[in-house]
Design a protein around this ligand. Sequence first.
Ligand code: S3P
Length: 168
Amino acid sequence: MSKIILIGFMGCGKSTVAHELAKVKSVPLYEMDTEILKRSEYPDMATLFQAKGEICLREWEIRLAKEWSHLSEGVVSCGGGVVLNKIILDYLRQNGGAVFFLNASFEVLKQRVSLDPTPRPLFQKEDEAYALYTLRKPLYIAYSDHIIDVEGRSTSDSIQHIISLSKR
Ligand code: S3P
């Protein structure tokens, strides 16, 4: 298995799938948000946004993707906004990587986000989040090699699907 890169809107389950997948395949896990918060020393994304603004997060994402372009194996879980800068997925794909878009409807994403304690500064107002979703969805599709419909599917089922597609 080479590099598996997970993208998708907030609440689609990138982090959960990435953790499980890395465990099942015994490969390293690379989580963008976690790494950015560790390095920037902000406790969560809401605090980072408040102190530095969204642009700072986007710069971090680009820097990290450049650094991780050298990786040849592992599971990379991206923040929901990586498709805003095409260079990020271009970097991550280097050295052999396939991009999987975890797809779900806005209704399901909204419900999942409401049950998740992770602070999400860009999912505060439903209408604004929906506007982001409609703007980004074509980008997730355009930048992915495979689309995984996660709605109504268990985590282990999504993982098996990703594994079988990545073997082809
Ligand atoms: C963002 C998604 C978040 C995090 C930040 C911005 C976005 O990651 O990177 O709050 O722009 O969609 P998750 O998709 O893991 O929630």
